[in-house]
Design a protein around this ligand. Structure first.
Ligand code: SF4
Length: 431
């Protein structure tokens, strides 16, 4: 039997698709080269647009593979299983229980199995790693979120915080190192909450230590981080490991204190700036990136102007700016002062102008420095600070080389290989 799969949304969804593919391969399934017997869509619900794209992907795969068993899982089908079933899906699962999903696909049993995510208490162990390529692997250490930010639907699709025990983090990291991966991306829905459900309540720094020490020759890249996790001790412990990438993606969401408060975020701009300072002190030249919501209900022109100025103060390398999306059932959906789509999109464009300037400045600052680059193909890869890098000569896919940066071409750094880096991937000179 053959399958075709399409994934929307975050790194956790990508990881879970990879894990599901591994489970299907163990059951004898193979990726389709032409028409598939089974089509699988792993959906996303983070914005209304993600839901629309999820429905579109289901229809497209059905059209390309007439008669195939249609399987839909993920956050959108968790929230709206009836809408998914109405599109003709044979098997509808939510965001959990990938083992049962693989069993249902193997038996081709039509089913709608969407649980109550708030009843989930245990972390579902899934196979780690990537099914194709040997560059970077994802390691999911955490699921769920207890924060209930007023705009976010994720706690309703993923349930409460559940964490992978420390020993399992270390074992999965060692396995990935043994399989030859050059980078492990530590992912989760809200990794700053790692461990609050485990005996002894270990924290994120404990998990990163366990992973980095179990895979000392592999570089470790953190997924999206809540700023509240970034204490002095956290930075000190991560920097001491030597193989943690100097790139940190922070959930900013707004640079206006009043908006942050109404979003129910747990920090203000002063605390966020202190986080940036701590990271830069521990990882000199590190790249900081962030997420930003434009046009939250009640965000005035003055509030947004504060946010734009704050982006400059933080000196980000890149910011993912997106328009606020009304998610039914959340507190923000009922707030007064909803902006029109045009107003929100205009703010995204204005943020984009600031972001492009910041990006140019960070990239220009890399020229003349050396970066350990993990190559995804013969000429292109990413530095440990996550900047895209291109070289003229040939490199071997999946290897890490030290590259001296000579110029910037658009949003890509150009450079030449100097020498092979030390065994620990990111011990080269940092920008
Ligand atoms: S921390 Fe906030 S934004 Fe992030 S998943 Fe949890 S509720 Fe959503």
């Amino acid at each position: 039997m053959t399958y075709a799969v399409y994934t929307l949304g975050c790194k956790v969804n990508q990881y879970e698709t990879q894990a599901l593919e591994t489970l299907l391969r163990e059951r004898g399934f193979r990726p389709a080269e032409s028409k598939a017997d089974v089509v699988i869509v792993n959906t996303c619900a983070v914005t209304a647009e993600s839901g629309r794209k999820s429905r579109q992907a289901i229809r497209r795969l059905q059209g390309q593979n007439p008669g195939a068993l249609t399987v839909v899982c993920g956050c959108y089908s968790q929230l709206e299983p009836e809408a998914v079933a109405a599109l003709g899906a044979d098997i509808v699962f939510g965001s959990g229980d990938k083992h049962a999903l693989a069993d249902a696909i193997e038996k081709a049993l039509p089913a709608v199995m969407v649980d109550d995510p708030f009843q989930r208490r245990a972390f579902e162990p899934l196979p780690a790693g990537a099914v194709s390529g040997r560059t970077r692997a994802m390691l999911k250490i955490q699921d769920g979120c207890d924060n209930f930010c007023t705009y976010c639907v994720i706690p309703y699709t993923r349930g409460r915080v559940r964490s992978l025990p420390l020993e399992a983090c270390a074992a999965q990291a060692a396995q990935l190192a043994g399989e030859g991966f050059a980078e492990i991306v530590v992912t989760g829905i809200e990794i700053a909450s790692y461990g609050k459900d485990l005996p002894g309540k270990p924290g994120l720094a404990d998990a990163v230590e366990a992973i980095a020490q179990a895979a000392p020759h592999v570089r470790v890249h953190l997924g999206s981080l809540e700023p509240t996790a970034v204490t002095e001790a956290f930075c000190r412990r991560l920097a001491a490991l030597g193989n943690v990438c100097p790139h940190f993606h922070l959930s900013l969401q707004s640079g206006c204190d009043d908006t942050l408060r109404r979003m129910h975020r747990k920090y203000d701009t002063a605390a966020f700036l202190a986080v940036c300072g701590r990271l830069r002190a521990a990882f000199p030249g590190c790249a900081l990136t962030a997420d930003l919501i434009c046009g939250f209900p009640g965000e005035s022109e003055a509030d947004f102007a504060q946010t734009l100025a704050f982006l400059e103060r933080c000196g980000f390398f890149y910011v993912h700016a997106f328009p606020y999306s009304v998610r039914p059932g959340t507190k923000a959906a009922a707030m007064p002062g909803q902006l029109t789509r045009e107003e929100k999109e205009a703010r995204v464009r204005r943020a984009g102008e600031v972001i492009a300037r910041l990006q140019r400045a960070y990239l220009a600052g890399c020229v003349g420095k050396a970066l350990p680059v993990l190559f995804e193909n013969a000429r292109e890869g990413h530095g440990d600070n996550y900047c895209p890098v291109r070289i003229k000569e040939q490199a071997v896919r999946g290897t890490v080389e030290n590259v001296r940066i000579t110029a910037v071409d658009g949003d890509v750094l150009l450079g030449e290989v100097t020498n092979r880096p030390e065994p620990i991937a990111n011990t080269g000179e940092k920008v």
